[in-house]
Design a protein. Structure first.
Length: 491
RNA sequence: GUCUCCUUCGUCUAGUGGUUAGGACACCGGGUUUUCAUCCCGGCAGCAGGGGUUCGACUCCCCUAGGAGAUGCCA
């Protein structure tokens, strides 16, 4: 039997980390086994579905390099793949369950349900939820309600006795007394839309899903779904409930923990490679040491038996580390291309960028690559190449233990000795500087720091020699002269 | 309240009765270095607690504690 797995998000907002991790598990499992990966949109809540969510799902998955074999946009033999387009199907199956006695119509108003819950909570009753008020309505009672024009929901008739054993392939067998299962959950809402429970089970069956991978928040729904499969007389798929992803405080990862949507990570300058690698390793491991995996490697190596049981805290710092690692692995031209949009964003590059800008950035890449954590860090490291620098306070030119007078002397000496630097290599320049430092009786650092500030405007910059060579004679001389003038006023 | 699941360094994890409990991030210290980084070396730090079972438990069982999830006409 060939593996068929699905990623089934609901379009209620932007793709976030928790969602995504399960998409990875689904996708990698399908690829590793030569199975099919399908995308299904679960938009059964009319109120919560939002415009653009589906597009965001597509964009995010594609950005990360995931492709699906069947889905709303690519079609497939089991469509449609959007649940709101399948409503007739659910209604029919719900009706079947009612006539078979596995489900029943409930006419209770949301208000009554709310009141029941409130009372149960106040009385601290062990079971809180629907009181099965309509479970055994007579024909006459039903007719009466229908006559009043009440729109019923359809509820699943959960047995009152006995125990259900639900098997999760990660956690093992889970025993649950039927009386503890969510009492008679709604299958079909009064608006005619199915609930998650119904739509999910029907679609997984009809789409011949073999493995359901969904996060642990669904675990308690497992027995409900099992009862549904039994009521339909269908064979359930295998279930895997990977643990949740948490924030630093141990609660489900949410906005307040920092970035959680993939759009945010993308905008901040994280690489898809780093995200794929880090996020997949949250709840999955290969062995005791290996932690670098490309998407292609996951597509070959992923197995469900290495999924872990306990929840994982999302560590932004480790993601940063991965990002830096991947940044340094990229080919210079590739890194440059990914940096360009961030340079435009920062207003340093034209849109579209000029050839000169692209060329210069490529020259700069070797100088800054190991200084970058995020793509967006690039602008602050390189702005001095593309804009004029300004030194707010001449004191910045003076090294820690130096004096303005000595610094002025140093800069002046530099100004004359720098003539003709352009033809030289970084190594030659360095030995020139060393010689000059010795001659002036200053440490190399105290020679270079004033120059660094003069040329870049800051005390932290990419390597100076390389930067000078890229900056070119004109800018170097102009900035050096400006610095000398500035410091001269002070002395 | 009730039910279910989970529990190895601060964090992510390896580990399936006999290991000096391994790796990575973070952190601390040292080295390389023109700044900042990178890189290299070293260090700190863990089996939640208590009972069993066993010649022997991180590994198996029970209890306790802690955490999380569910308890919706949301998914």
């Amino acid at each position: 039997m060939t593996v068929r797995v699905r990623f089934a998000p609901s379009p209620t907002g932007k793709m976030h980390i928790g969602n995504l991790r399960n998409a990875f598990f689904d996708y990698f499992y399908a690829r590793a086994t030569g199975g099919k990966f399908l995308l299904r949109i679960e938009d059964t809540d009319q109120g919560r579905s939002t415009e653009g969510s589906i597009q965001n799902i597509y964009d995010t998955l594609r950005w990360l390099g995931l492709s699906w074999d069947e889905g709303p946009d690519v079609g497939g033999p089991f469509g449609p793949y959007v649940q709101s387009e399948r409503n007739a199907v659910y209604g029919d199956y719900a009706a079947k369950l009612v006539s078979a006695g596995h489900a029943y119509r409930c006419y209770c108003s949301p208000e009554r349900l709310e009141a029941v819950r409130k009372e149960q909570t106040e009385k601290k009753l062990p079971v809180i939820g629907y009181d099965r008020h309509c479970r055994d309505l007579t024909e006459t009672q039903r007719a009466e309600y229908d006559e009043q024009g009440l729109k019923p929901v359809i509820r699943l008739r959960i047995p009152l006795e006995s125990v259900t054993v639900f098997r999760d392939e990660i956690l093992g067998d889970i025993e649950k007394a039927n009386i503890d299962i969510n009492p008679d959950p709604v299958l079909l809402k009064s608006d005619g839309f199915p609930t998650y429970h119904l739509a999910n089970v029907i679609d997984d069956h009809l789409m011949e899903i073999t493995h359901v991978i969904r996060s642990q928040e669904w675990l308690s729904s497992g027995p409900i779904h099992l009862h549904l499969y039994q009521a339909f007389g269908w064979e359930p798929p295998k279930y895997y409930h990977p643990p949740l992803i948490l924030g630093k405080d141990g609660h489900k990862l949410a906005k307040r923990h920092g970035s959680t949507t993939l759009d945010e990570f993308r905008e901040k300058g994280y690489l898809p490679e780093a995200i794929v690698n880090y996020v997949t390793l949250l709840g999955w491991s290969y062995d005791d040491t290996r932690e670098f995996f490309s998407r292609e490697e996951f597509e070959k190596l992923f197995t469900l038996d290495k999924l872990s049981k306990s929840s994982a805290v999302f560590d932004y710092k480790k993601l940063d580390w991965f990002n830096g690692q991947y940044m340094r692995k990229l080919e210079p031209a590739d890194l440059r291309d990914r940096l360009v949009p961030f340079m435009q964003q920062a207003g340093l590059f034209a849109s579209p960028p000029t050839e000169a800008e692209r060329k210069t950035l490529l020259d700069i890449v070797p100088l800054i690559r190991e200084r970058l954590t995020l793509l967006s860090d690039c602008a602050s490291w390189t702005s001095f190449f593309f804009e004029d620098v300004s030194i707010a306070d001449p004191a910045e030119l003076v090294p820690k233990k130096g004096t303005p007078e000595k610094t002025l002397e140093t800069l002046t000496a530099l100004n004359t000795s720098l003539a003709g630097f352009e033809g030289k290599s970084e190594e030659e320049l360095e030995s020139d500087f060393k010689a000059l430092a010795e001659k002036l009786g200053v440490k190399l650092g105290d020679l270079l720091m004033p120059l660094r500030v003069a040329l870049t405007g800051t005390t932290k910059s990419p390597p100076l020699m390389g930067s000078m060579l890229i900056l070119g004679k004109d800018k170097v001389e102009a900035r050096l002269s400006a610095a000398i003038a500035l410091l001269g006023e002070k002395v």
